[in-house]
Design a protein around this ligand. Structure first.
Ligand code: ZN
Length: 256
């Protein structure tokens, strides 16, 4: 999860009075979405801000409705706001532990400009961070495990809201066939997220739990643990292989 230093939170956020009230400055962090390659070059046309905001709000409402049985009345609150200076396409700031989070999104980012399914995935992933981190006593570390837990919770939302896994898979397949996919197995798609194939597996695991008889947050988090282990094992072995080939450590960040 992209944990950005607090300095990366823009002044408008700090200056916004209502949001400042929500900010918990003692433990600031932004948990972000994986870096998704764009389908094509941006058209150059400015995104329609009102339409984007409406689509994001509607998608987030769908995610909240889908996850209501999982958080059992202790779902807290989530708001969303555009942020052109966000490094990732979307990110979550757990603002009041155990209660509220703010989801930030780039209006020109892949998360909101892609297909309906991709937008739902991104918002569900961010909401997954909200449930995993903001709605629990512990504060997750910013590591692959936290990201895959958010993905498993997103998989539950996708399944419960009847979003098309088939159409989402088509997008993931195209991203996973890119040249970078093999390298991502070792180093992740960016500094904080594992390769997309683990994201996909975590989504499927979460969806599987929520198609079953007794879906719960703890059942989802437990079910995704083997995927987390596999992601780490594969990365370790791929890093060794690349290090032998290249003669140096291939990844910037240590395995998290
Ligand atoms: Zn994330």
């Amino acid at each position: 999860m992209g944990v950005a230093p607090y300095g990366s939170v823009r002044p408008w956020f700090v200056a916004s009075t209502s949001l400042t009230l929500l900010a918990n400055c003692s433990s600031p962090q932004i948990l972000s979405s994986p870096t998704l390659p764009a389908d094509s070059e941006p058209s150059g046309a400015a995104p329609d801000a009102d339409r984007t905001r409406r689509e994001v709000t509607e998608t987030l409402s769908r995610v909240e409705r889908a996850m209501a049985p999982i958080c059992e009345g202790k779902c807290g609150t989530v708001g969303a706001a555009p942020d052109l200076e966000l490094v990732a396409s979307a990110g979550t700031i757990p603002s009041v532990n155990g209660y509220a989070s703010l989801i930030l999104y780039r209006p020109d980012g892949t998360c909101v400009r892609e297909t309906e399914e991709v937008r739902f995935y991104c918002m569900a992933h961010e909401y997954g961070h909200h449930l995993d981190v903001a709605m629990s006593e512990r504060r997750s570390r910013s590591d692959w495990a936290g990201e895959l837990r958010a993905d498993a919770l997103a998989g539950c939302a996708i399944s419960s809201a009847s979003v098309s896994f088939e159409r989402l898979k088509t997008r993931f397949d195209s991203w996973m066939s890119s040249e970078r996919a093999r390298f991502a197995l070792a180093c992740g798609v960016d500094e904080s997220h594992p390769a997309l194939e683990w994201t996909w597996q975590a989504l499927e695991v979460g969806a599987g739990v929520c198609r079953g008889p007794r879906p719960s947050k703890s059942a989802i988090l437990e079910a995704v643990e083997p995927v987390i282990q596999k992601a780490h094992e594969a990365a370790r072995s791929e890093r060794k292989r690349l290090a032998r080939t290249r003669g140096n450590e291939p990844c910037l960040a240590p395995l998290q």
